[in-house]
Design a protein around this ligand. Structure first.
Ligand code: SF4
Length: 343
């Protein structure tokens, strides 16, 4: 297999607040390869956005702090490098599209000039060259009458067109990695599908990798090659999209899947969505052992005492759960008190 474009190892990010230290990201590791789509999934507050924003220098420090770990982009340590706080990485080699394009674009500048500005800053284009390229990028992003639209302001665009303009801006510098943070949440279903198709087409044309941050498993099934499931600031399962959808090994991933609506269920019982009981833990003081144990229907005594080691479930598939440990049969049995309702 080729070398990864991005290698993240044991990343820890916390936030110092008046109430204490929020341990938002706790030992996250992953690789991203050229042309691949990695989806990072999990409930709100699981640390998926903070993980990527910390790599891009987008979290305010203080109160944020990366206190452990490394991240290498094409072998270069982007956390140790000054570039992380500057502009070389952000917008040139890694760029990002956000959930709400209306608040991400400047309402006082026309759309073409906003895209052109990226090229002037990162690529040294002249104003006229940059504006001409901005029109090409809008055209690539399937905005009709791109030359006319480039001179219009964000308020003159629909939600779907604004997201296309954001994509045009994000790909302007031909990034190696495009981060899409909930890129379709603010859009209706038909426009969602068009935006996902556009991202897929651009990926085929340019060979860029995509990191897709989402809580929508439907989007994951459609777009992702690899999936990383996060819970309470940790990675609990990683695998190919088939590993996660057909062979998931972690009770949390299974819970997310059961909460996902599908068209393939015929009986009423199959159509009932099953919610995961309880709420995500307090990251000021994460639970000891497996962070999921207060909600897990299969929790054993060991789960509340010791963090589970990594279990390899297949060539591309791994999870952090005591159920898959070689010694699982010999582990101290019995439910952790309070979980009986979830069983
Ligand atoms: Fe459940 Fe224990 Fe596995 Fe955690 S380690 S997911 S509590 S069975």
């Amino acid at each position: 297999m080729s070398e990864p474009l991005l290698q993240v190892e044991n990343l820890h990010v916390d936030f110092q607040t008046y109430g204490g230290v929020v341990q938002a990201v706790r030992g996250v590791s992953f690789d991203v390869f050229a042309g691949q789509t990695l989806a990072i999934v999990g409930e709100s507050g699981c640390g998926k956005s903070v993980t990527v924003q910390s790599l891009m220098g987008l979290i305010p420090m203080p109160p944020g702090r990366i206190h452990q770990g490394s991240a290498r982009l094409r072998g270069q340590d982007i956390l140790a490098s000054k570039m992380i706080a500057g502009q070389d990485i952000r917008g040139s080699q890694i760029s990002m599209i956000f959930q709400d394009p209306m608040t991400s674009l400047n309402p006082t500048m026309n759309v073409g000039s906003q895209i052109a500005e990226t090229l002037e800053v990162h690529r040294g284009y002249s104003k006229s060259e940059a504006f001409a390229r901005a029109i090409e990028l809008l055209d690539m992003s399937k905005i009709p009458e791109a030359a006319k639209r480039a001179k219009q302001y964000p308020f003159e665009f629909s939600g779907g067109m604004l997201q296309r303009a954001m994509i045009a801006m994000a790909i302007a510098c031909e990034p190696a990695i495009l981060v899409a943070d909930e890129p379709t949440t603010a859009l209706d279903v038909t426009i969602q599908a068009q935006i996902l198709d556009l991202l897929g087409d651009l990926q085929k044309e340019t060979g860029m990798a995509i990191i897709l941050i989402t809580h929508d498993l439907g989007v994951v099934a459609r777009m992702a090659d690899e999936v990383m499931v996060m819970y309470a600031g940790e990675v609990v399962e990683k695998g190919s999209v088939d590993d996660i959808f057909y062979r998931s090994g972690h009770p949390y991933t299974q819970g997310l899947r059961q909460a996902m609506p599908t068209n393939n269920k015929s009986t009423e019982a199959e159509q009932t969505l099953v919610a995961i009981d309880g709420s995500p833990p307090d990251l000021f003081n994460p639970p000891r052992g497996c962070a999921y144990h207060p909600r897990c229907p299969y929790a054993m005594q060991v789960c509340a005492q010791q963090a589970p080691p990594t279990s390899i479930l297949g060539p591309t598939h791994q999870t952090q759960c005591w159920l898959h440990h070689d010694m699982a049969g010999a582990l101290p049995d019995g439910l952790v008190s309070g979980n009986e309702a979830g069983r």
